[in-house]
Design a protein around this ligand. Structure first.
Ligand SMILES: [Ca+2]
Ligand SMILES: [Ca+2]
Length: 397
């Protein structure tokens, strides 16, 4: 978090100089007065956001920093994104004045890569967009994009090299670079425990409605074990409702629901009230009989085997908890063991099954999106094992 913040500040500080150069370049190559804007040579004609706001009408290419999601002429969300159809870009990555932003329409072809609901980590990144410079949300805008790319050929800061090249999260893990085993574990514990915002148990309801939203239906959440898509409004404690499943069962360490491990979004998931009660506080392991209302899951007296699509997700949540909570604060030291039936001890197993599941079910888009959203909008820490599943072997191997 501190590394990212200072990096973005550095980007913002260099912008006036960059703008001066760009403005000069555009002035020098600008077509004769009266020529349509669409006739500007593409290579040299990239506009700043300020220029695009002043050049509405015709086609153009604009470069700016993603600052949020516009929802109305004077409203731009900077977190908790609700859709993939619009971006606000600005000449400064720290811009807060909507008057200095350009609203960019994100058409269906670009939503999976540039929609903020799907990619909340784009905030602060530079993008270059080509399209029609015309009003969007009754605000200066760019519509019907024909090209959208990250960056734009004028990098202002070099990215911090990361351990194994994980794109946007490299800077976050800089202090873990080159480490393995116990020293990697210690570095990750410090990284993921720094600058964390702890949620109240009540705030978890709304957070889960965002982090676990059904990609195919924004009115619903996906339930972890059963895989069911269910209305966000059915959160509660009655039959047919969904509630807050603690994947690291809260009796294993008896940490309850005060702000801390019991409210940590990285291991909390929506689940059907009845299925949640069936899983109870069992450890995770392979085997058992089929669970009727959660297809693909199996259970026996002391263990639960999740459906194949979320086995890796469960494993990475458990490994996160073991490294996040090391007993140095007021919470117990949570540890993974290779057993089941550990009762109320701060232990959860079975390590051998969890390692296997991490390998069998690598991080998917849903899991990565929720990690990004928890980082950008809620807790401001990440699950390292989603970004680097190979670190399970490096620490728990
Ligand atoms: Ca999965
Ligand atoms: Ca621990």
């Amino acid at each position: 978090m501190p590394a990212l913040t200072s990096q973005r500040r550095a980007v913002a500080l260099t912008m006036p100089a960059l703008l001066a150069v760009l403005a000069l370049a555009v002035t020098l190559v600008r077509a004769p007065a009266g020529a349509p804007t669409g006739m500007l040579p593409m290579a040299a004609g990239t506009l700043t956001v300020a220029q695009a706001i002043g050049s509405q009408g015709g086609a153009g290419t604009v470069r700016g920093y993603v600052v949020g999601q516009p929802t109305a002429a004077n409203t731009v969300l900077s977190s908790g994104f609700t859709g993939d159809t619009a971006l606000a870009i600005a000449d400064s990555s720290g811009e807060t004045d909507t008057g200095d932003m350009l609203y960019v329409q994100v058409t269906s072809a670009y939503r999976s890569a540039f929609g903020l609901r799907t990619n909340p980590g784009l905030v602060g990144d530079a993008v270059t967009v080509t399209g029609t410079l015309s009003a969007y949300f009754t605000h200066p805008g760019l519509k019907s994009p024909t090209a959208m790319t990250l960056g734009g050929g004028t990098p202002t800061t070099a990215p911090t090299p990361g351990p194994t090249g994980s794109g946007g999260s490299d800077a976050y893990y800089a202090a873990a670079a080159g480490k393995t085993g116990a020293s990697l574990r210690t570095a990750l514990h410090t990284i993921i425990s720094s600058g964390v915002t702890k949620l109240s148990y009540d705030a978890v309801w709304n957070a889960l409605k965002a982090t676990d939203q059904d990609p195919a239906n924004s009115a619903n959440v996906i339930l972890l074990y059963s895989g069911t898509s269910r209305s966000k409004t059915l959160n509660g404690g009655d039959a047919g409702d969904w509630n807050r499943e603690h994947v690291w069962a809260k009796s294993h360490g008896d940490f309850g629901t005060a702000a801390g491990p019991g409210t940590d979004l990285h291991h909390l998931r929506p689940e059907d009230v009845h299925v949640n009660a069936e899983r109870d506080n069992k450890d995770f392991d392979t085997g058992g009989t089929a669970v009727a209302d959660a297809p693909g899951n199996r259970t026996d007296a002391d263990s639960w085997e999740p459906r194949a699509a979320v086995r890796g997700d469960v494993a990475r949540m458990i490994f996160y908890m073991a490294v996040r909570y090391e007993g140095g604060d007021s919470w117990p030291d949570l540890e993974v063991d290779d057993a089941t039936g550990s009762g109320t001890a701060p232990r959860l197993g079975r390590l051998s099954a969890l390692r296997q599941w991490n390998a069998q079910d690598p991080p998917d888009a849903f899991e990565k999106r929720r990690n990004e959203l928890i980082y950008s909008a809620y807790q401001h820490n990440r699950n390292p094992f989603i970004d680097h599943p190979e670190w399970v072997g490096a620490i728990f191997g």
